[in-house]
Design a protein around this ligand. Structure first.
Ligand code: 13P
Ligand code: SF4
Length: 351
């Protein structure tokens, strides 16, 4: 009591036998206390944005508060375009890792930071570059003229193995740009199936990946909802499985779902994507009723992407303050991944 020694050191000092000649162990330097978070995080983030010359980009699956303070909110295609054109010193990317990596590939002189490096994606994680390279080698033996179209939800190393990238906004358009060539489409099997139908390309060879969020929407529960609300419109993301998509009136990217929800004459909308999109829809059409397609396990919030939701305000503040964690891409990989990304941007001017 009243001692200035940390308790563990004090205890070991008292335990020394008297007269033993033993000396007090060297005391470790006290750990530096982390600076407390400011009370007004929003204000502090705005100040840091100015000080760091930073732009904050947020995907529609971010928390409402992050969407509201971001400089740009968008789907993966729109955010890639904004990142490419940014002339700011720093991009703070509130989304998932492949999106921040795409920003770095397109704009290498900008420092790209993220609130949490662990914000991954089941699609990107389910398509490791070495396994994809082996798969492509096998397919090329059968189809020497193969074109490799990879969804943006992939690592830089997988993009580097691809001929062209697509997002859910422009996937049909990109596939239609290669009418005479065999196509490998990776890594989302559900998006691949839907694109094959839309583009009239049943021969597409798909990598068997899936999104853990969209795959869990329950087709049977959706059928019940449609009976209960016969006038409702069903809007789904193409990462949902075939049984959900077959019951959907409109299928499109997050941005297209938001735009359709606003424009639709229906008052009740049943939605098959992450509920982060509800925020932008409610801002524009607050009187509409939004119903989420229930998940297979109704006891969990599985409709929320566990990776996208790793970015609360506190971590955004810290990444702007410390300018880390930083997202980097080895230059040799970046250059090989850049070509297919630029090709996508050229081919999808209308999306
Ligand atoms: P969007 O391209 O529609 O933004 O989708 C990205 C995504 O990860 C959906 O799960
Ligand atoms: Fe990846 Fe699915 Fe999350 Fe989108 S919702 S980032 S596809 S895990």
């Amino acid at each position: 009591m009243g001692s200035s020694l940390p308790s563990e050191v004090e205890r070991s000092f008292r335990a020394l036998p008297s007269g033993s000649g033993a000396t007090l162990p060297a005391m470790a330097a006290p750990a530096r206390r982390p600076d407390p978070l400011p009370d007004d995080l929003e204000d502090a983030i705005e100040r840091l944005k100015r000080e760091r010359d930073a732009v904050v980009l947020a995907h529609y699956y971010q928390d409402d508060a992050i969407q509201d303070l971001a400089d740009h909110v968008g789907d993966s295609l729109a955010l890639a375009r904004v990142a490419q054109q940014s002339r700011r010193a720093v991009i703070a990317f509130c989304g998932v890792h492949f999106m921040a990596e795409t920003a770095k590939i397109l704009n290498p002189d900008t420092r790209v930071v993220v609130p949490d490096l662990k914000a991954g994606c089941s699609l990107a994680d389910g398509c490791p570059a070495d396994e994809f390279a082996a798969f492509l080698a096998e397919q090329r033996r059968k189809h020497p003229n193969l074109v490799v179209i990879s969804y943006v939800n992939t690592s830089a190393a997988v993009k580097a193995l691809s001929d062209v990238i697509c997002t859910s906004s422009n996937a049909v358009e990109i596939v239609q740009a290669f009418p005479d060539r065999p196509i490998v489409f990776a890594p989302d099997q559900h998006l691949a199936r839907w694109v094959a139908q839309q583009a009239g390309r049943p021969d597409i060879i798909a990598w068997p990946g899936s999104c853990i969020v969209h795959e869990q929407f329950n087709a049977r529960a959706l059928a019940e909802l449609r009976v209960k609300h016969p006038d409702a419109e069903v809007l789904s993301h193409p990462e949902c499985d075939a049984a959900v998509l077959a019951q959907s009136d409109f299928i499109g990217s997050t941005k297209k779902i938001i735009d359709r929800a606003v424009a639709s004459p229906a008052r009740i909308l049943i939605i098959g994507t992450e509920d982060g999109v509800f925020h932008q829809i409610r801002k524009q059409v607050p009187d509409k009723e939004l119903i989420q397609i229930p998940g297979l396990d109704e006891s969990c919030s599985c409709n929320r992407c566990p990776y996208m939701r790793l970015n609360p305000m506190e971590k955004l503040y810290l990444c702007l303050r410390d300018l880390e964690p930083e997202v980097t891409v080895p230059e040799e990989v970046r250059l090989r991944a850049l070509r297919p990304l630029e090709r996508m941007l050229e081919l999808s001017k209308a999306s």
